[in-house]
Design a protein around this ligand. Sequence first.
Ligand code: DTR
Ligand code: CA
Ligand code: ZN
Ligand code: ZN
Length: 327
Amino acid sequence: MPLRRTRLRSRPAAALLAGGLLTALHVPVAVAAEPAAPAAAPEARVAPEQAPDIPVANVKAHLSQFQSIAAANGGNRAHGRPGYRASLDYVKGKLDAAGFTTSIQQFSASGGTGYNLIADWPGGDPNQVLMAGAHLDSVSSGPGINDNGTGSAAVLETALAVARSGYQPREHLRFSWWGAEELGLVGSRYYVSNLPSAERAKLTGYLNFDMIGSPNPGYFVYDDDPQIEKVFKDFYAGLGVATEIETEGDGRSDHAAFKSAGVPVGGLFTGASRTKSSAQAAKWGGTAGLPFDRCYHSSCDTTSNVNDTALDRNSDALAHAVWTLSE
Ligand code: DTR
Ligand code: CA
Ligand code: ZN
Ligand code: ZN
């Protein structure tokens, strides 16, 4: 199900007439009825390819790498620190080996050099580009495994699954890992503001994944673009898992710049420092009265700070959305 940006196409009057719209409006329109176009042969509908299962063990292996990178670089993967660039080099190495066309976008922020990583999967309609992304930087106080190793690892593993399967979607796929999100969405804003308007117009959607494995998880879906929201909600309904809309407000993560530029956006979130309610614990499990992630922006945001079930479900939801919205 391709994602269409809401652009109304102007239709010739004859088509409107034929379509009954103008007669309904009783507008006297002096147009010669065009000869009916020959009925197009119904195109052979190929069953949409289903997304593969994303092995959560693979996602967790990336998290272990991020943890090791932080340990070897002063305990974090923050903007301007060596652990961030080492994280980017790790992700880029996997993508290059899998056949992606990668590029690094450099920018300056708060006196440090920042980097975005962009990976294009060759093929697809260059004028219809679906993006999926996550911020790769942590705060300086810890390794940032849930925030946002989980989103980064799940986007990476979904991209690798595209390569493994040889998926050739109708739309062009682009994956992204943002720098300096924790400084104020700096990397994604830099990308969008430096993207030529003609290139921006080709984006059919941007899917954002920031904290998708919280230890006391909620299942929140961004309530921005209705079509994208429905893809995620239907996926979870298929699992029998209730979802809520993400209500922390716009502007809290990297989808903000895309939304401001008129790109349809959506995404998933398992919660940060807010407290899980009793009603939420009743439907999702976990512990009421505690934060969704008690290690948010703390040194304890390690590989032990991840709920595997939430990470697995959200990784599979991510792949499902990429396949569904690009086919
Ligand atoms: N700003 C994100 C965490 C965050 C807080 N609320 C939301 C809502 C949707 C996505 C992410 C978030 C961070 O600390 O990276
Ligand atoms: Ca899975
Ligand atoms: Zn954060
Ligand atoms: Zn984050």
